[in-house]
Design a protein around this ligand. Structure first.
Ligand code: SRM
Ligand code: SF4
Length: 574
């Protein structure tokens, strides 16, 4: 084991620390494991290293029991996640992802809550071809998962094009700056020749100057918001940057630290948390700030208990003032006082808008799943658009899609295709559905306790009946569902939130802020559909009757006494 280089210990290092340490900078035996053809899977400890390369081994849970009964190994397959800072992809990249999904994946694409693509259902023997395909289109999957900085999110704002491109540029630079430097990925997937054994020359070449050989104690997430839109849910990020604009010019960023959504049912030492703003930095200081914050977590995060290893727990243990001081120390200068800003919503704004002579169309993609159905050939439609589109695609933090930077002369053509293939800006749906998100869950997610993506749409059908009765069809209410308490759809920030407990059973939470600035609170535990509807109906009807002007649902349920307001994760379980 590498000599302990951390100032604090929280117990014996977790198994994962050992796996990282012995992996020779994320190489492990991945090459051998993927060459081996006896099983469709790879060994357990290699699956953990594989995450750093942007992929998870999964099995199709719909057939798990059946295969077990037949004494067959699970139906192993791989999920591959792309690194796509800010969710911006070119039409060529879209076409490549479409081709890979149809050639090697399960003929669907998933647009994730962190603005990137996932392929599901890739077989072991097609992994390398898939990653090489992405590489041909200038995409990679490095650090899309694992104990490193993940896909950097950025406001998908098509409203202020100049600001978007400036802020997006910083997101890209953050992503590149914090990318692991090991050549393992290039050797394993892209056949780059292995020059030396990095471990032998560690001292001289410093293969990981920022991370070191043990990388981070846990995943680390960065998001960049541009007020008034909080689409990236900046308070849910380990590190959030909030763009400060004056007279339409970017002045710099407020820095917020320590957000996160994950928790474990029944373990009150784990909780979702909101990040807190600790100061302001200028644009060209952002890389330095991000790097130094990341190294604080690298050095002080809990490497013994992974459930308590996220930065939010490090901060809550050490105190926010300590973090500020430590940061200023590491920077050698101090953050300025935070600047004022305000958010109005964390959802997307649908439909066409014009900016700087270009057009942008935000489409509603239910739960981010792109696939062809007989009655709705969405995947084909988007492929046809990608063939003629000269701008870009932007994946939004709410699992939707913006056909962005459409030239005026191309707008009619795009609109024709949108109509031909039945694509929609969602306006025919309730505003609740337009503000809905669900994580993947079954059948691919190994951690799912209940359905999410496959269930939320039909639950919303039934809630829509109540909304119609109450006259709330056009009322924007944020509803989110996750199949387990890991919170991949950021459910603790839903004005109505559901977290799976068991098949067909959910904890129901109410009262998050419409601007993504307040957590929700447990309202009912372990309930099924009938009870969900029974519970929601009177609250929605009362809301319709009793709400004050412009009062959002999340604010109303607090005022009406259904739940208490939760401004810090430390109050979440109280
Ligand atoms: Fe997530 C694990 C899917 C965003 C918190 N997440 C997983 C895994 C990989 C399951 C696993 O470990 O075996 C899921 C794969 C399912 C599948 O079949 O694809 C998974 N997470 C997703 C995605 C695809 C959900 C979606 O429907 O879009 C999102 C991919 C994001 C991306 O592009 O990088 C996704 N995950 C999130 C978010 C939201 C965010 O980051 O803004 C969160 C909450 C924020 C946070 O991290 O605090 C999130 N995922 C987790 C956690 C809990 C982490 C924790 O601190 O406790 C896990 C489990 C873990 O890490 O142990 C997890
Ligand atoms: Fe899977 Fe749970 Fe994340 Fe949903 S929240 S994708 S069930 S890990």
């Amino acid at each position: 084991m590498t000599k302990n280089r951390f100032p604090e210990q929280h117990g014996p290092p977790s198994e994962m620390e050992k796996i990282k340490d012995e992996s020779n900078f994320l190489r492990g035996t991945l090459v051998e494991s993927f060459e081996e053809r006896i099983t469709a899977g790879i060994p357990e400890e290699q699956t953990k290293l594989l995450k750093f390369h942007g992929s998870y081994m999964q099995d199709d849970r719909d057939v798990r029991n059946e295969r077990k009964q037949q004494k067959l190994e699970p139906n192993y397959q791989f999920m591959i996640r792309v690194r796509l800072a800010g969710g911006v992809a070119t039409p060529d990249q879209w076409l490549k992802m479409d081709e890979l999904a149809n050639t090697y994946g399960n003929e669907t694409l998933k647009l994730t809550t962190r603005q990137t693509f996932q392929l599901h259902g890739v077989l072991k023997w097609n992994m390398k071809k898939s990653i090489q395909g992405m590489n041909e289109a200038l995409m990679d999957t490095i650090a899309a998962c694992g104990d490193v900085n993940r896909n950097v999110m950025c406001n998908a704002n098509p409203y202020q094009s100049d600001i978007h491109s400036e802020v997006y540029d910083w997101s890209n630079r953050l992503s590149d700056h914090l990318l692991p430097k090991t050549r393992a990925y290039h050797e394993i997937w892209l056949d780059e020749e292995k020059v030396t054994d990095s471990r032998d020359t560690e001292e001289e070449t410093e293969p990981e100057p920022v991370y070191g050989p043990l990388y981070l104690p846990r995943k680390f997430k960065i998001g960049v918001a541009v007020p008034p839109s909080n689409d990236v849910d900046v308070y849910s990020q380990d590190l959030g940057f909030i763009a400060i604009l004056e007279d339409g010019q970017l002045q710099g960023f407020n820095v917020a630290v320590g957000g996160g959504m994950g928790m474990t049912h029944g373990d009150t030492d784990t909780y979702p948390q909101l990040s807190r703003v600790i100061g302001f930095c200028e644009p060209d200081q952002i890389l330095d700030v991000a790097e130094k914050i990341l190294t604080i977590q690298r050095d002080y995060g809990n490497r013994s208990e992974r459930k308590n290893a996220r930065f939010k727990y490090t901060i809550d243990r050490k105190g926010i003032d300590w973090v500020k001081e430590e940061l200023n120390d590491r920077l050698g200068w101090s953050l300025e006082e935070e600047r004022s800003y305000s958010f109005d919503h964390n959802g997307d704004r649908y439909g066409w808008i014009e900016g700087d002579g270009k057009w942008h169309l935000t489409l509603f993609i239910q739960n981010g799943r792109i696939k062809d159905k007989d009655e709705y050939p969405l995947m084909t439609g988007l492929r046809e658009i990608a063939k003629v589109h000269t701008g870009d695609f932007r994946l939004t933090p709410n699992q939707n899609l913006i056909i962005s930077n459409v030239e005026s002369e191309n707008k009619d053509r795009i609109e024709e295709l949108v109509n031909k293939y039945g694509m929609t800006d969602g306006k025919e749906n309730s505003a609740l559905r337009r503000n809905s998100m669900a994580c993947v869950a079954f059948p691919t997610c190994g951690l799912a306790m209940a359905e999410s993506e496959r269930y939320l749409p039909s639950l919303i059908d039934k809630i829509e009946d109540i909304l119609d009765e109450a006259g709330l069809r056009d009322e924007e209410i944020i509803i989110r569902m996750s199949g387990c308490p890991n919170g991949c759809s950021r459910p603790a920030l839903g004005e109505i939130g559901f977290i799976g407990k068991a098949p067909g059973k959910y904890n129901m939470y109410l009262g998050a802020g419409f601007r993504g600035d307040r957590l929700n609170k447990l309202f009912r535990e372990n309930i099924g559909e009938e009870e969900i509807l029974q519970e929601l109906k009177p609250i929605l009807i009362n809301y319709a009757k009793e709400r004050e002007e412009n009062e959002h649902f999340g604010d109303y349920v607090i005022r009406a006494g259904y739940v208490e307001a939760v401004h810090s994760g430390l109050e979440f379980h109280k």
